[in-house]
Design a protein around this ligand. Structure first.
Ligand code: FAD
Length: 550
């Protein structure tokens, strides 16, 4: 008997589920409903359409209704909103938004892929002309039209997360003066503060006015423009406002139908993407997923997981035993020439989850061999479990080569790799691409050295409270340009000759610019029987910490 599979939401998760199911089941009747004008469009490309990087709107349409029909025999109903689910009758209520009519549709299996909705706080002024969210192609059309007539000069982006910063970049690209308002003391909440400080520094350097630890309160029309009021009693005059305050799962339909909803507001599913009703599956931004590193359920509104979940749901519906492995939060964003990426847990995420037995290394290598022209620094932070060396997370910030480092570490995390594996992993190398010891190998080696006791690490948060002697092994001119308070300067280049000058009888905390010279000094001094710890990442890490106010 032909099965009738209905899918609510036809973008990342829904479209993936539909297309995969057709490849596995030629007989199923598959119907996709979306209340929007388009299915399978590239939401991730929307900021770049505003920025005119993508100029032809049609480029955002990955697949059309006709393509679904002709290539896959999938029926697509756009401008059709699903308003209710009757689980007992196995029907959904569908409203044709063009005609205003309603009908019931029978299902054997239902897939919910309704995505997430932008958070809109209940405050004054959000409906004023010139205030926008970025979720759909029509949203971006409206922003583009607003930017063009009359020409606009200033924009306020509320929210310094992924979408906020992408929008900031693209508005700068369009020649606007941009203010980013963020209520947390840092941008990019998934990152640790010292890594985010590097992003903030770059944004300011690029001319973005960054207002951290300043929340948005309400908006009013003022003299033909808009006035954004903040919780510091400040008012910012602007020509447009982008609200990028994050998203919340679209779980209303599921909740009204009595499906289980988790503590974070997302639909609860099992590893096969089945909801609490075995005939109903759910995928994408609307669901809660298991974070495999911290072992908790989270909301992770990203396109990669949504696509994979769509595929898993289709395979489960087709009777295969595929299971979703969970997520680890691998994400990347480009911000005005800087790339920032993360995978796995952050340090603050580990702490929040009650994990304490972890180690941290920082490194700041070039993105390729130093002798080949044009190397730019990568600021890399690696977190690992001290018990077994398992990699827990990494964050990287820099201009080049960020994506491949984080992707390698992400793969390692997924395979439950350790820092020893990372030290050993064989990667491609020619001077313009990397180094014979790639930054990810070096990160693994550093962590492995720390675990073996070859390179005991000092804790940056103890600076200022420690009674250890701070030993700066950089050259005197570097020391003169800035150093840790109370540090003694004994350059590595003179260390063997002046070994009698090394302070004895107290623990030594050694540092250099980025960690390498300090490590050499540490190994020498440890083999002389001294008690030496390394301040990982050296003065560069310290500068990032200071910038973050840590
Ligand atoms: P969506 O893609 O949002 O699709 C849900 C669809 O369901 C929508 O079309 C909606 O209209 C429809 N729908 C909802 N309710 C109903 C209903 N009751 N009846 C009918 N239809 C309904 N992720 C990344 O990984 N990388 C990026 O660079 C990135 N950039 C992004 C940039 C922007 C501006 C945005 C908005 C998102 C970005 N994302 C990015 C996130 C990514 O797009 C989402 O995680 C992904 O699209 C989620 O897929 P989904 O299928 O769950 O939901």
């Amino acid at each position: 008997m032909t099965r009738r599979v209905l899918i609510v939401g036809g973008v990342a998760g829904g479209a993936s589920a539909a297309a995969r199911l057709r490849r596995l089941d030629e007989a199923a009747e598959i119907v996709l409903f979306d209340r929007g004008l388009h299915v399978s469009f590239a939401n991730c490309g929307l900021p770049y359409y505003v920025g005119n990087v993508i100029v032809d709107e049609r480029r955002l349409l990955v697949a059309s209704r006709e393509l679904f029909r002709d290539r896959f025999n999938i029926d697509v109903c756009t401008e059709h909103e699903v308003t209710a689910i009757d689980r007992a009758a196995q029907t959904i209520r569908v409203k044709d938004l063009r005609k205003g009519t309603e009908r019931d549709e029978l299902y054997d299996v239902l897939v919910l892929a309704p995505g997430a909705a932008p958070i809109r706080p209940d405050v004054r002024g959000l409906d004023l002309p010139g205030v926008f969210v970025v979720r759909t192609i029509p949203d971006t059309r409206r922003i583009r039209a607003w930017l063009e007539e009359p020409p606009r000069r200033e924009a306020v982006v509320v929210g310094g997360g992924f979408i906020g910063l992408e929008m900031a970049e693209n508005l700068v690209r369009r020649g606007l003066e941009v203010t980013v308002l963020e209520k947390l003391p840092q941008v990019m909440p998934p990152f640790d503060p010292e890594m985010a400080a590097e992003i903030a520094r770059h944004l300011r350097q690029a001319g973005v006015r960054l207002r951290l630890a300043e929340g948005f309160r309400w908006i009013e029309a003022h003299g033909g423009r808009l006035a954004v009021h903040t919780d510091r009693d400040a008012t910012i005059g602007t020509d447009l406002v982008i609200l990028a305050l994050g998203v919340r799962p679209e779980a209303t339909l599921a909740e009204a139908a009595g499906l289980a909803i988790g503590a974070r507001g997302g639909i609860v599913v099992d590893e096969r993407m089945r909801t609490s009703d075995p005939r109903i599956y759910a995928v994408g931004d609307a669901i809660e997923v298991r974070d495999v590193v911290i072992g908790q359920e989270i909301i992770l509104p990203l396109a990669g997981p949504a696509n994979r979940q769509g595929r898993v749901a289709a395979e489960a519906i087709a009777g295969r035993a595929t299971r979703f492995r969970g997520v680890q939060g691998t994400a990347i964003v480009g911000v005005l020439g800087l790339t920032v990426a993360t995978t796995g847990a952050s340090e603050k995420g580990l702490r929040r989850a009650g994990v304490t037995d972890y180690g941290v290394v920082y490194l700041h290598p070039g993105h390729h061999a130093g002798y080949y022209p044009g190397a730019t620094p990568i600021h890399l932070k690696l977190l690992y479990s001290r018990e077994e060396g398992r990699i827990l997370g990494a964050q990287a910030v820099g201009q080049e080569g960020i994506d491949k480092r984080i992707d390698v570490i992400a793969t390692m995390i997924q395979m439950r790799g350790t820092v020893h594996d990372l030290a050993e992993v064989e990667l491609c190398y020619a001077p313009q691409f990397g180094a014979a010891k790639d930054p990810v190998n070096v990160a693994g080696m550093m962590a492995a050295n720390a675990l073996r006791g070859d390179m005991p690490l000092a804790d940056w948060s103890e600076i200022g409270r420690t009674s250890a002697v701070l030993l700066d092994v950089r050259e005197p001119d570097e020391f003169a340009r800035g150093h840790l308070e109370g540090a003694v300067n004994l350059p590595l280049s003179e260390l063997r000759r002046r070994i009698q000058d090394v302070p004895r009888g107290r623990e030594l905390w050694v540092y250099c610019a980025a960690g390498q010279r300090a490590y050499y000094a540490q190994r020498l001094l440890m083999q002389l029987g001294l008690d030496v710890k390394n301040l990982s990442g050296g003065f560069t890490t310290y500068a990032m910490m200071r910038e973050a106010g840590l």
